[in-house]
Design a protein around this ligand. Structure first.
Ligand code: TPP
Ligand code: MG
Length: 624
């Protein structure tokens, strides 16, 4: 078939399928894009041409910002448990580099996205083209090289003939649970438009089988020995439980062996919040229940976790425990000098369940019964703590989150809460009562301000039957709210709860705790003194949301919030609920987080902070 490189690319992408557990879905659901001279005549023309035919093979969705459209693709892919994703096409130059943050977010969270930045002329015939970098030392460096370190696969298609092998490699990485992340094919603008005779075979429908690797027998035997020699085991459930859809297997394994389960941000909801073995969030933003058990456990069984510093409390949380790490990638399984069980989470839990206890006689091995009972008591204690935190009369942030939680848990079709940065992720991690395993969507690998609305749009595209409730702080909102317009354009309904505390309260608190005097964290006018101590910024975020096409409601107290949420849920169009919560915090941190403090300072509070810092630092372990 004689097609341009871009036409061949679009045709190929529309014919790729993923398969897992016998279910097939489109691997590339559609293409987000913003056009410029670097892609309009190539990928843009190809998308338009296919639309002119009998069927639109690869649906195109215009977005407002390239970073945001990668977030939307991530939100979609995560909500689809990594079995399907979107492509993102951009022009050259700033359109392409705008995607770097989105790519990093995808790769760090291990979420598949396909990025198609335009690139400068392969022939260099007209160089330097508008927006070309021109590195004087090296003509083959372009701004797209900034995408290399944040991509799990990167290729530049300098000739049409290079496309087929690059496409096959790109699909392989996207569907590989161990390798996945941002996949980038940089497309020089002249090559996009160049015609070539492609073999028909390139365009056949292809099914990519998403593997569920099983554990190696010897590794399984070592893992079983580690478990059977433990008395006080604790499971840390991460995002891998979710992507493997291993919730049922996790619950059975935990119940049969009496093992409590703590959850990372990505793993939250792995067990229903009211399960007796669910001890909730673990780590710096963890519950007292999970963090107490973490300190006393003799074996930590990580399932699908990358052990971020929030999870390990910067390597101070786990006491004398050894680690057994179930992970689909050896890179994560090897962390903390753990016993490695490299496998799909579901397969590993099934295999462990079948093997544990079989070597020590008839009775199945169980954790020390006093340990399991203690976990249940601690978890009950934390449930009471949640009740206190969300139960006040005043509309503090914890009360607000409790109200949103009640609304989401009452939805007949289920809901998804979306958040990423600021003070809410910590409160949500501790306080949110997840009723089902796909309800909680907090992007905390990159904790990227601006992910919330764009990511929420992707979640809704993947799960249209669910109500998607985006929680966004004023700081995040000001950074990236424009995808409300895209949601309106697509008729995709979001409920956005805009929580305005007039600044960066999370970083304000952190700033104070490290002796940085909350500098620059409240949104205020520069006053007569030359400091940022004037009036609040005269910024009207509710009016801003309305200007983007959303319906906007303002809630002034708890009752008002309940009413506004009921209205928003019943509405058919994107609705923003604007709230200014009153000051008031939830339960404090149960474990440390390493944020280095100035070693010398003239500020007394910084010196005091450094003393506290040095004390905690002594608890930091190497986990060898
Ligand atoms: C893109 C980006 N820039 C900076 C940060 C660092 N940061 C983390 S939270 C935060 C403030 C968030 O403010 P807001 O959304 O209003 O939430 P609040 O802390 O007030 O709850 C900042 C600046 C970040 N996470 N992401
Ligand atoms: Mg704020």
């Amino acid at each position: 078939m004689r097609l341009t490189t871009a036409q061949a690319l679009v045709c190929f992408l529309s014919r790729q399928w993923s398969e897992r557990d016998g279910v097939e879905r489109r691997l590339i659901e559609g293409c987000f894009g913003i056009f410029g001279h670097g892609n309009v005549a190539g990928v843009g023309q190809a998308l338009a041409e296919q639309g002119a035919g009998t069927r639109s093979a690869l649906p195109y969705y215009p977005a407002r910002n390239e970073q945001a459209m990668v977030h939307t693709a991530v939100g979609y892919a995560r909500a689809a448990n990594r079995l399907s994703t979107f492509a993102c096409t951009t022009s050259i130059g700033p359109g392409a580099t705008n995607m770097v943050t989105g790519a990093a977010l995808a790769t760090i969270n291990r979420i598949p996205v396909l990025l198609l930045p335009g690139d400068v002329f392969a022939t260099r015939a007209a160089g330097p083209v508008l927006q070309e970098l021109e590195d004087p030392r090296c003509y083959d460096v372009t701004v797209n090289d900034t995408l290399r370190p944040v991509s799990r696969f990167f290729d530049r298609i300098n000739r049409p003939e290079q496309l087929p092998s690059a496409l096959l490699a790109a699909m392989r990485v996207l569907i590989d649970p161990a390798e996945t992340g941002a996949v980038t094919l940089a497309l020089p603008q002249d090559v996009q438009a160049e015609a070539y005779d492609w073999p028909d075979e390139l365009f056949r429908e292809r099914v990519w089988h998403v593997p569920r690797p099983v554990p190696e027998p010897a590794a399984l035997a070592r893992a079983v020995r580690a478990i059977e020699s433990a008395e006080r085991p604790l499971i840390v459930a991460g995002g891998g439980v979710r992507y493997s859809e291993a919730w049922e297997e996790l619950r059975c394994f935990a119940e049969r062996h009496g093992i409590p389960v703590g959850e990372t941000q990505a793993g939250k909801g792995a067990l229903p919040h009211d399960h007796p073995l669910a001890v909730g969030a673990i780590g710096h933003t963890g519950t007292e229940a999970a963090d107490t058990l973490a300190r006393e456990a003799d074996l930590v069984i990580g399932v699908g976790t990358r052990y971020s510093d929030f999870t390990t409390a910067s390597r101070t949380l786990f006491g004398g425990a050894r680690f057994l790490n179930v992970n689909v990638t050896a890179f994560d399984a090897a962390k903390n000098a753990g016993e490695m069980l490299v496998a799909d989470a579901r397969e590993a839990l099934l295999a462990l369940d079948a093997a544990v206890g079989r070597t020590v006689g008839a009775a199945a091995w169980r954790a020390d019964p006093e340990w399991s009972a203690r976990a249940a008591r601690l978890a009950d204690g934390w449930r009471a703590e949640i009740g206190r935190a969300v139960g006040g009369d005043e509309l503090t942030q914890p009360v607000l989150l409790g109200i949103v939680n009640d609304v989401v848990n009452d939805l007949p079709e289920g809901g998804v809460v979306v958040n990423a940065a600021g003070s809410m992720p910590g409160d949500l991690h501790k306080l949110w009562r997840a009723a089902d395993p796909e309800q909680y969507h907090v992007e905390y690998g990159y904790s990227c301000m601006g992910y919330e609305i764009a990511g929420g749009l992707g979640v809704k595209l993947a799960r249209p039957e669910r109500e998607v409730v985006v929680l966004v702080g004023d700081g995040s909102y000001l950074m990236m709210a424009q995808e409300i317009a895209t949601a309106v354009q697509e008729g995709v309904k979001l409920v956005v709860v805009l929580v305005d505390n007039h600044g960066f309260a999370s970083i304000g608190d952190l700033s104070e705790s490290v002796g940085a005097r909350r500098l620059g964290t409240a949104h205020r006018l520069r006053g007569k003194s030359g400091e940022l101590d004037g009036d609040r910024l005269p910024v009207d975020l509710a009016a801003n949301a309305a200007s983007l096409g959303a319906d906007v409601l303002t809630a002034r107290d708890s009752e008002g919030l309940r009413a506004a949420l009921a209205h928003a849920v019943a509405a058919r169009t994107t609705t923003v609920v604007y709230v200014e919560p009153v000051p008031g915090e939830g339960p404090g941190a149960q474990a440390w987080w390493d944020v280095p403090v100035a070693e010398v300072s003239t500020l007394p509070e910084a010196r005091a902070a450094r003393e506290r810092y040095d004390e905690h630092k002594r608890d930091q372990r190497l986990y060898l």
